[in-house]
Write a protein that binds this ligand. Structure first.
Ligand code: TYD
Ligand code: MG
Length: 469
């Protein structure tokens, strides 16, 4: 085999050099070089493609198979598409390998029952047919370690094939021989191709290996899952550079100190990107949470000041969560402002609005805000929840346990309408809430047939007036 030539190319401007450089002599970018294959052939066109009228193209509906974990299928857009390449990113230790091992077990189980059905139908024997197996490639853990995890999850099967391997060419060769119904690569950062000389985990290696796996997926119609670790800086060195390449990008999020995990769609060529799946990490692995609102409400202290409930949207899913504030006198110097789960700057802004528009002076007060359960809420609909929690704690005035809120607050203290108010209201009604404090504009447009008392508020003062019990 002739040696494939590689060059180091600046990712910012495209300057090529035969050696790695720390600084690009052309554009001056630092640490921007990554190794690339030098293949002038790749620049050639696909050959003689003729334009064709759209109406003549026969659209096939993509074939989907359900994984069998509802929350997982939901974020995939209704199941696994043949030949799809799916990237699952997340912090180390969040539970990616656990999730995929559980998914693999489900896929194998449904394949087994399907094959069993075929055998009894047609008397066809398929001895160890690849179709029934799933290939789990691990570049991080030994088969023994995976076995330990599987035992913990009570997973055992002849059809889950483990392969400790990091060379992408070998992985693809094995997969081509085995023809499994899915391939999992744990994690893409450990995989390398022999065509490049740079170390596994470098941008060039990750991109090249993932590209090879993608061509394999498309060619063989076998779905491939890639697991990717997020690095400390937040950007996934690696997975981020893959986002444009893969069909679907899912992030597995959560707080290590809490058992809840959210699987979120960031990109999906085969479905909506507005989906989330909620899981709980237990001693026996991940459990689906079909009704997250109920769970987040279960530990709420009743009659405590500083605790409010907001109806927020996670994608298309309404979610009721508890928001807590603690306001206490500053002991020395500068007042402290801390927020967990909501944007820090947003909290500061709302505190300023409270001071200016409602005359609530928090200058000598520490303010702490927390979203219970380790959730992160980025939508402004949480604003009046934050305001109410602060006022409730400041005045030592507990809120009614059956009241919830949503609404955005503007800089002049006005309360603005938010989207999907009906879905939020319905979710709250399901859990038994009786009173809603919502933007006046939303209230006017709502049909109220849910047995909830709706209070429309125009500004921050209205909110404070109405949270009193
Ligand atoms: P893991 O799937 O190895 O994380 P990742 O692949 O994202 O790095 O899971 C890591 C954590 O999950 C680990 O700290 C142990 C915990 N865990 C449980 O709590 N219960 C379980 O059943 C399993 C398998 C793991
Ligand atoms: Mg892992």
């Amino acid at each position: 085999m002739s040696k494939i030539k590689t060059v180091f190319q600046c990712q910012a401007c495209g300057y090529a050099s035969p050696k790695w450089l720390g600084k690009c002599p052309d554009c001056g970018a630092w640490n921007s070089f990554s190794e690339e294959k030098q293949s002038p052939k790749a620049l050639k066109s696909f050959g003689a493609s003729e334009p064709q009228p759209l109406s003549r193209i026969i659209g096939g509906k993509e074939k989907r198979t359900a994984v069998g974990i509802n929350e997982f299928d939901r974020v995939l857009g209704g199941g696994l598409v043949n030949g799809a390449i799916i990237l699952i990113g997340g912090d180390p230790g969040i539970g990616k390998s656990t999730l995929l091992l559980q998914a693999v077990a489900k896929i194998v189980k449904s394949q087994e029952s399907r094959v069993k059905g075929q055998i009894s139908d047609t008397k066809l024997q398929i001895p160890n047919s690849g179709l029934r197996t799933v290939l789990y490639v691990s570049g991080e853990e030994s088969p023994e370690q995976i076995k330990l995890r599987a035992e913990r999850l009570s997973i055992d099967s002849d059809n889950i094939m483990l392969l400790p391997e990091t060379l992408v060419e070998n992985i693809i060769r094995t997969a081509e021989d085995l023809r499994p119904s899915a391939v999992v690569v744990d994690s893409i950062q450990t995989i390398y191709t022999e065509e490049l000389t740079s170390a596994p985990g470098s941008v060039g290696q990750i991109r090249e290996s993932a590209a090879k796996l993608m061509f394999f997926a498309k060619r063989s119609e076998i779905p491939v899952f890639l697991i990717g670790h997020v690095t400390k800086e937040g950007a996934i060195a690696g997975p981020r550079v893959l986002e444009h390449l893969v069909d679907t990008v899912l992030y597995f999020e959560g707080d290590r100190g809490h058992p809840y995990r959210i699987l979120r769609t960031i990109k999906n060529r085969f479905g909506s990107t507005n989906e989330i799946g909620v899981f709980e990490m237990t001693d026996e692995g991940l459990i689906e949470i079909t009704n997250p609102s109920e769970l987040f409400m279960s530990e709420r202290p009743l009659g405590a000041s500083g605790s409010t409930v907001i109806a927020t949207m996670e994608g298309t899913r309404p979610l009721l969560v508890e928001l807590q504030a603690l306001v206490s006198p500053t002991t020395f110097g500068m007042p402290r402002r801390t927020s967990m789960g909501v944007d820090f700057n947003r909290v500061n802004l709302l505190i300023a609005v409270l001071e200016k528009k409602a005359g609530i002076h928090l200058g000598g007060m520490d303010v702490f805000i927390n979203i219970v359960g380790g959730l992160k809420i980025l939508e402004p609909a949480a604003d009046i929840g934050i305001i109410s929690a602060i006022v409730s704690s400041f005045r030592e005035m507990p809120m009614d346990a059956k009241t919830f809120l949503f609404g955005e607050v503007g800089l002049s203290g006005e309360v603005r309408a938010v989207a999907q108010s009906e879905a939020r209201l319905k979710e709250a009604a399901k859990i038994g809430f009786k009173k809603a404090i919502i933007p006046k504009n939303n209230a006017e447009r709502l049909k109220n047939d849910l047995g909830i008392t709706i209070v429309g508020v125009r500004n921050v003062e209205d909110v404070i007036e109405n949270i009193r019990i």
